[in-house]
Design a protein around this ligand. Structure first.
Ligand code: PMT
Length: 399
């Protein structure tokens, strides 16, 4: 995914240095070229050999170690970088960059680079909240440097608060976003629904389905990488929100999803309904836990609004509406019927009877059909790849 991209990582001294090992390893797995520069204090926490082994490149340590080479090295790395990450970034290195101090290999190389610079601070809460540090960060933001906000929690010094280095996963997602974002959907607003709905019967029981949200979240992430402003409306899932998301709305029930979609649909250019919405909910909700008896029990269900159908009915000229059809039999025929009945532009049909497709899996197998009679089937693929295929189809469709 990051083949041919060069990430230069500047590591300054803090306990979170060890987490950057994971960042390097994740970047290598994505085929990026990774070069590491360590400050003197960073080497106190993790030996350069660790980063050398993980990055498969010599670690740049000190300007004056290799007097004959340093001049070439810092300029060469500054030029080679497609992106520069500083992690963990201490108050000291942030202060140096903000005030134009270049007195070691890391600060010198940052000063010389024209690549985007992502800074992931990690420090004690009081230091992070110190107005001097905050002003330095503000100043750097004004110069175009980007920050990955630290997490809150228990810090290595024992204090609780903001200042933990962002997770390696979040750091890599931010790098991916910076390196891979393109303009195919720039200026477009995309609304994606994902995951299941949960329809409660009483305080402890509910009706739901097996949707994991993987398909919808993959679409939201792919749309962000294509430069869109994405609103994600999601049922309860166990997936992190995509980095760069403009608007996230958490819902539980189909009624809540209906409210969220109808409140937000007007300004959208593309609406993609990959959520698995319950068609029915319990007709009544019992405030108290329903007691069991010795007899069987009948449950009365009432219809939920068909949200996609509602959007199809209220669709605006500039909008492209995409539905999903989860089918087990007569796949194409049923998908075609839904395309017409719900008045959508494009239907993504998945055969959920297959073990590698549909609910919960990382892969899916889809056929796309559109209102102009276009039809395209794809082999089993990762949901992340299919997300791009679906969006590319929409982009071509709108040309
Ligand atoms: O989340 P994953 O584990 O990754 O699984 C992905 C998925 C299987 C959930 C996804 O690929 C998928 O097929 N989503 C649609 C599931 C579904 O509800 O299909 P349907 O054929 O019942 O509904 C057709 C369309 O109408 C869907 O776009 C659905 O969002 C929409 N709908 C359905 C009912 C309802 N009350 N309102 C709706 O808007």
């Amino acid at each position: 995914m990051l083949k041919g991209k060069t990430v230069v990582i500047g590591i300054s001294g803090g306990i979170a240095v060890y987490k950057v090992c994971d960042v390097v390893s994740r970047l290598k797995k994505l085929n990026a070229n990774v070069h590491v520069i360590m400050t003197k204090s960073a080497k106190e926490f993790v030996a350069p050999l660790t980063f050398q082994s993980l990055s498969q490149q010599p670690v740049i340590e000190d300007m004056f170690d290799k007097v004959t080479k340093w001049d070439i090295e810092h300029i060469a790395l500054a030029k080679a970088a497609d992106i520069f990450l500083v992690a963990p970034a201490t108050a000291n290195i942030i202060g140096k960059i903000a005030n134009g101090i270049a007195d070691d290999m890391l600060s010198t190389t940052i000063m010389a680079t024209k690549s985007p610079v992502l800074i992931a601070p990690a420090m004690n809460t009081n230091m992070y909240e110190n107005p001097i540090v905050q002003n330095n960060m503000k100043k750097l933001e004004e110069y175009g440097y980007d920050f990955i906000e630290p997490d809150s929690g228990r810090l290595a010094c024992g204090d609780k608060g903001i200042g933990k280095l962002a997770s390696p996963e979040a750091i890599v997602e931010n790098i991916k976003l910076k390196l891979l974002q393109n303009n195919f959907l720039k200026g477009k607003k995309v609304l994606v629904t994902a995951g299941p709905t949960k329809e409660s019967l009483d305080p402890v029981r509910y009706l739901t389905n097996h949707s994991s949200g993987k398909m919808g979240y993959a679409i939201a992430e792919a749309a962000i990488l294509k430069g869109a402003d994405v609103t994600l409306i999601s049922g309860p899932v166990n997936i992190n929100k995509p980095i760069g998301l403009k608007n996230f709305i958490q819902i539980n029930t189909a009624n809540e999803m209906f409210e969220a979609v109808t409140d937000n649909y007007l300004e959208q250019d593309i609406i993609i309904k990959s959520a698995a919405v319950a068609d029915y909910r319990p007709a009544t909700f019992s405030n108290n836990k329903i007691k069991k008896s010795n007899n069987d029990m009948n449950l009365t269900l009432t219809r939920n609004e068909d949200i996609l159908k509602w959007i199809g009915k209220h669709k605006k000229e500039h909008q492209t509406i995409v539905g999903f059809a989860a089918e087990t039999n007569d796949i194409l025929h049923n998908g075609q019927k839904k395309l017409v009945k719900k008045n959508v532009d494009l239907m993504v049909i998945n055969d959920i009877s297959k073990p590698y497709a549909g609910f919960g899996t990382d892969t899916n197998q889809i056929t796309l059909i559109d209102i102009y009679g276009g039809k395209q089937s794809y082999p089993i693929m990762q949901k992340k790849e299919l997300a791009n295929i679906i969006l590319d189809y929409i982009i071509k469709f709108n040309k």
